[in-house]
Design a protein around this ligand. Structure first.
Ligand SMILES: Cc1cc2nc3c(=O)[nH]c(=O)nc-3n(C[C@H](O)[C@H](O)[C@H](O)COP(=O)(O)OP(=O)(O)OC[C@H]3O[C@@H](n4cnc5c(N)ncnc54)[C@H](O)[C@@H]3O)c2cc1C
Length: 386
């Protein structure tokens, strides 16, 4: 049960106005938390896209329409009552200081006043790369993966090659999904997964990488270790092996570049989510999600789970600062698991603690349940604990 509050009584007659920049996992989690606790609060969401992307399901668009992972902000705005401004905000330290002082943010020709501002702009992949038959993460959010694979299959030639660059969780999920879809289409293909490291998923417990590598052998997906992706400004992109061999990207029939995301700026925040610049705490400006690093013990992992919890923590602290609640714990979320899918009905990950490895169908069911929990949140049912 959530306590609801009439924010206008406390904000000197005007309802609380919160602006959220970035409508990803963190931004929406904050928005939903605020809306539930303060039904009369005014909320503005600024995001350049017309839709929220359920990015953790992106690999599924290799066989489902892109629309299946897009939810328009218009539909969400009707459900959770907010204004959506379609705009990419330019954020830097000086602007943040000005916004804190003036309690307004300028977008285009409009100046928007706020009581509190939340920065939740996430992380982005490297510079977009325009080359035939090459798709990076951004391109895969804009082009149908299913159509990309159909074109690949319909091109002439025996044993065509797909090179997938980046053997992190995203690359692995894509590799298994591609393998599944192309085998279902009886396509003749070779799938290579290139990674800069000697072992896959080195940042996770070793059992995860071992399981994935075994499964790849079973499916004849080739793991190509110790290959670095290079994209010098004046040359074409290529892969360079630790021992010096070079392979041109242009030679591949299809290349997926999934080398990860980085925030443009990582905003340092205290354990309430307020942005800290040098020694100054911006009391009215909060941050959450992949673009934030919180003090103290809470998880700063770049996962949907942490983004959701930080978003919620920031929203609760905004309510506290606004005088609408009296108590709020600092952000102390610890990750309770991480599972990646390996095609239909297989997955691997850890649950509870990193020594507790789950594999196969049970892991797949955990992954599906996690995704369903998020779908539920967006439909207005909050089943997250804490
Ligand atoms: C393909 C893929 C698969 C993943 N799978 C998993 C998984 O299975 N499990 C897991 O836990 N994590 C997964 N992650 C990580 C997880 O998705 C991220 O940690 C999470 O999305 C971070 O949430 P966020 O709100 O910080 O950022 P995002 O969800 O990226 O949202 C940021 C939002 O900000 C908007 N924005 C960006 N710049 C601006 C600007 N200048 N002005 C206004 N708005 C802006 C963007 O349009 C976007 O809507 C995956 C990531 C990817 C890319």
């Amino acid at each position: 049960m959530h306590d609801t509050i009439d924010s206008s009584e406390i904000q000197g007659g005007h309802p609380l106005h919160v602006i959220i920049v970035g409508g990803g996992y963190a931004g929406l989690s904050a928005l939903i938390t605020l809306r539930k606790a303060a039904p009369d609060a005014r909320i503005t969401l600024i995001d350049p896209k017309p839709w929220h992307l359920i990015i953790t399901r992106l690999h599924e668009t290799l066989h489902s329409p892109l629309e299946s992972i897009r939810i328009s902000y218009k539909a969400l705005a009707e459900r959770f009552r907010f204004d959506h401004q379609q705009y990419a905000v330019d954020i830097d330290e000086n602007r943040l200081k000005d916004w804190q002082d003036q309690r307004t943010i300028k977008i285009d020709t409009e100046t928007l006043p706020f009581d509190f501002l939340l920065i939740a702009t996430g992380a982005s992949s490297s510079m977009p790369l325009r080359q035939p038959h090459l798709y990076d993460l951004t391109a895969l959010t804009l082009n149908s993966g299913a159509e990309i694979l159909e074109r690949f299959v319909s091109n002439d030639g025996p044993e065509k090659t797909i090179n997938l660059i980046g053997g992190g969780p995203t690359g692995i999920q894509f590799a298994f999904e591609i393998d599944h879809v192309l085998k279902a289409m009886h396509a003749d293909f070779r799938l290579n997964v290139y990674d800069a490291h000697v072992k896959l998923l080195g940042q996770f417990p070793h059992a995860l990488g071992d399981y994935v590598e075994q499964r790849m052998i079973g499916k004849r997906i080739a793991f190509m270790p110790e290959w670095h992706f290079e994209n010098p400004a004046d040359q074409t992109a290529s892969l360079v092996h630790k021992q010096g061999e070079r392979r041109e990207i242009a030679d591949s029939h299809l290349t997926l570049l999934l080398t990860g995301k980085k925030p443009k700026t990582l905003w340092h925040a205290n354990s309430s989510g307020q942005v800290c610049l040098d020694k100054q705490t911006l009391t009215r400006i909060f941050t959450a999600g992949d673009c934030s690093h919180y003090d103290l013990m809470g998880s700063n992992s770049m996962t949907a789970q942490s983004a959701l919890r930080k978003g919620r923590a920031a929203a609760k602290n905004i309510l506290l600062q606004a005088g609408l609640t009296r108590f709020c714990l600092p952000y102390m979320h610890r990750d309770i698991g991480y599972v990646l899918s390996l095609g239909p009905s297989d997955a691997v990950g850890w649950v509870g603690n990193t020594g507790n490895i789950v594999k196969g169908v049970p892991a797949y069911l955990i992954k599906e349940t996690t995704e369903m929990q998020y779908d539920l949140l967006l439909s207005g049912v909050d089943s997250y604990i804490g």
